[in-house]
Design a protein around this ligand. Structure first.
Ligand SMILES: [Zn+2]
Length: 87
């Protein structure tokens, strides 16, 4: 079965095949880049994804101090790995 992500889209939680643009840590209400090292370490049950910057901010999350996500971050997926291409 393909992996599904818990994605916040327009304020509601949906199951998505794609992780969206930002990853959030539910316990700390922090969101960061998909490539953030601290984000990749967190437990899956504490992880949530946001479709857009606005969705993350509207949910009360603040940007990660480690990876400094930007509202125009763009990613590509190459051979199963997500890479940041522009910020
Ligand atoms: Zn981060």
């Amino acid at each position: 079965m393909p992996k599904k992500y818990r994605l916040i889209k327009n304020g509601s939680s949906v199951k998505s095949a794609l992780p969206g643009r930002y990853a959030g840590w539910k316990k700390g209400k922090i969101f960061g880049r998909l490539t953030c090292a601290s984000g990749l370490r967190m437990k899956e049950e504490n992880r949530v994804f946001f479709r857009s910057w606005e969705d993350a901010v509207a949910a009360g999350y603040r940007p990660c101090r480690h990876c400094h996500p930007k509202p125009d971050d763009r990613y590509v997926r190459r051979r199963g790995t997500i890479r940041l291409v522009r910020s």
